[in-house]
Design a protein around this ligand. Sequence first.
Ligand SMILES: Cc1cc2nc3c(=O)[nH]c(=O)nc-3n(C[C@H](O)[C@H](O)[C@H](O)COP(=O)(O)OP(=O)(O)OC[C@H]3O[C@@H](n4cnc5c(N)ncnc54)[C@H](O)[C@@H]3O)c2cc1C
Length: 319
Amino acid sequence: MSLPTTVRERRYQQYRDIFGEQFQVNVPLAKHTSARVGGPAEMLVTVRSGMELQTAVELAYSQRIPYFVLGGGSNILVADAGVEGLVILNRARQVSFRHTGFSVICTAESGTNLSSLARQCISKGLGGLEWAISVPGTVGGAVFGNAGAHGGDMKSNLRAALIWEPGIGARMYSVDELQLSYRESLLKREKERRLSRRTVIAAELELQPESIEVLTARANGFTAHRKETQPGGASMGSMFKNPENYYAGYLIETAGLKGLTVGGAKISEKHANFFVNDGDATAEDVRSLIAEAWNTVREQFGVEMALEVELVGNWEFVQ
Ligand SMILES: Cc1cc2nc3c(=O)[nH]c(=O)nc-3n(C[C@H](O)[C@H](O)[C@H](O)COP(=O)(O)OP(=O)(O)OC[C@H]3O[C@@H](n4cnc5c(N)ncnc54)[C@H](O)[C@@H]3O)c2cc1C
């Protein structure tokens, strides 16, 4: 149901009063996603500190406005029809390091770019985050989905996270409380069930001193392996999670779907679990490919793959 213009304008004005030019209306989201597809956000506020992030979440919550925290936009497919309510573009990026007896604790605000953080750690001779050297997105997105690669993941580095609970406030969660497992977390499960939307404000990562040369060599090896096995260009990374005992890419490839194209979207020739935007793909093109891959794999192998990528926005209006 659409709101009367005056109510809408009053709402926009409240955000303008607090966030000034960091608040915008009707903002195309394609430029904020790694797949370079997706329609506009009704409202978008760019936050540059943990405090601004909390403020934006709490204001939306108190006004009952649907809100979505957008990190690097590297694990989402935004509908062509866009997103109703408020998108909070997280650019809170403060990072600090403190020494404990045996390790170093890095506290990173959740809008920190994960691969830049991995590089920063390596340059300081701090080991543990090399796996993230070419994982796009933010620290917050990585905690939310327990990002991982090359045998490492957030769970193995994370000590605790500062979480904002709408209507309640901020609290430190231990890594156990966050219930991280393969591309899963408490926050992700709750969001899928449309329960509360807790927001990661900052994360504490535990790192170990190690030689810069060794760390650099390890990270370079991971980058080279990725270049060899995954396509470049605009994508969302792995489209489906690996089902138990299978690789999603292997199933899609064996089903003969490599290279399949719908509009401007294509199942990569290099890695079948990557769906790439060849330039002018719509979100609907990508969704058609998802449906084709899911149905074909189910018919041929009896396996029902689960999406790793999250569909965001007004999909019901696109039929
Ligand atoms: C080329 C490519 C390669 C990739 N390789 C890998 C890989 O090797 N391993 C891997 O795990 N992933 C990989 N991905 C997927 C993606 O990089 C990760 O899932 C990443 O952690 C997503 O972070 P983001 O900031 O982009 O999240 P977004 O896509 O912006 O958001 C994803 C979800 O996280 C939520 N979220 C974001 N920030 C917060 C916050 N502060 N608090 C609460 N919720 C939040 C969002 O609301 C949304 O529900 C790849 C993606 C691409 C494009």
